[in-house]
Write a protein that binds this ligand. Structure first.
Ligand SMILES: *[C@@H]1O[C@H](CO)[C@@H](O)[C@H](O)[C@H]1NC(C)=O
Ligand SMILES: *[C@@H]1O[C@H](CO)[C@@H](O)[C@H](O)[C@H]1NC(C)=O
Length: 286
């Protein structure tokens, strides 16, 4: 008995040691392999996506050619039918996102990856269809009006917040970490703007689809959560209380790993090639 107990304890200890060693080596390998350049380029891919979407929605064209690094033009962009305050807010957000692209490209210098293939048309249709588990007719078009634009923006903004927070502990340079914190804050301002505007219309029935805003938002959130490690919330708590800021129990925003972010922006495509990035991202994190 004793001997077999000791044997068991001993093999458990060996197993624990093996796990520890394995755990450490698993931890050490990617940490050593991922550089700040890789992380900034990962962020740059996401900013290319956001910058292109808002640039089209507000100005009717994609990013200026000197910001593309020789990559292809995006597909599916249109000038948005935006009016009033939403047009005003969208203009500010567009300028911020375009400036993020400029900032990251400048910080990276020659190491900046070019813009990858980006889909900001059919990918929105696919995302909306996947979220609502149906084929919307007419297809969802985020450029059609203020409300649809806000839904399109909602798909991205919370992802940006969780992506920057998830990347923070991987960044070695304090200067880059500080810049990333500043960008995260801007994404969070944008996200709360979009969520607040959607909350004001939460119980509006979106025509011609016949679904309330809060339910479309919840469906998008559920889809992001399903492929992106949970970590997502819609805009309503309980029956009709506001949930403008998605957080954990400590009221800290969620952090997503690059893999979780990739699953969302590629709409869970195999090899992370699909959705908003039909050919995948450029750089080492893809
Ligand atoms: C999606 O819709 C199909 C039929 O239209 C149904 O069989 C399926 O259960 C639905 N999936 C979810 C997750 O609701
Ligand atoms: C995402 O893709 C994985 C791997 O192909 C699959 O197992 C999983 O069910 C997918 N998740 C959703 C929500 O579609």
């Amino acid at each position: 008995m004793l001997s077999s107990t000791m044997k068991a304890a001993c093999s458990a200890a060996v197993a624990a040691t093996a796990t520890l060693v394995l755990g450490l080596s698993i931890f050490a390998a990617p940490a050593a392999a991922i550089t700040d350049v890789d992380i900034l380029n990962f962020a740059l891919n996401l900013e290319y996506l956001e910058g292109s979407f808002y640039s089209y929605a507000v100005f009717g064209h994609g990013l200026e050619s000197e910001l593309l690094g020789g990559g292809p033009p995006v597909i599916g962009g249109q000038k948005g039918h935006l009016t009033g305050d939403v047009a005003n807010y969208a203009n500010e957000v567009a300028i911020d996102e375009i400036n993020h692209v400029k900032f990251l490209r400048t910080a990276l210098g020659d190491a900046a990856v070019p813009i990858p293939a980006i889909d900001i048309g059919p990918a929105f249709e696919a995302a909306a269809n996947a979220a609502l588990n149906t084929t919307l007719d007419p297809p969802f078009n985020p450029y059609a009006n203020n409300l649809f634009f806000l839904h399109g923006a909602f798909i991205f903004e919370d992802v940006g917040v969780t992506a920057y927070q998830g990347a923070a502990p991987l960044i070695e340079s304090r200067d880059y970490l500080s810049a990333a914190a500043g960008i995260l804050a801007v994404e969070a301002y944008h996200a709360s703007l979009v969520r607040t505007l959607l909350f004001k219309e939460a119980f509006t029935v979106v025509l011609p689809y016949g679904v309330m805003v809060k339910d479309i938002v919840q469906a998008i959130s559920d889809l992001r959560g399903a492929v992106g490690g949970g970590k997502d919330q819609g805009i309503i708590r309980g029956v009709n209380s506001a949930n403008i800021v998605p957080t954990d129990d400590n009221s800290i925003t969620f952090a997503r790993t690059p893999a979780e972010v990739l699953a969302i922006v590629t709409l869970n495509a195999s090899k992370n090639q699909g959705g908003f990035f039909p050919m995948g991202l450029n750089g080492n994190i893809k």
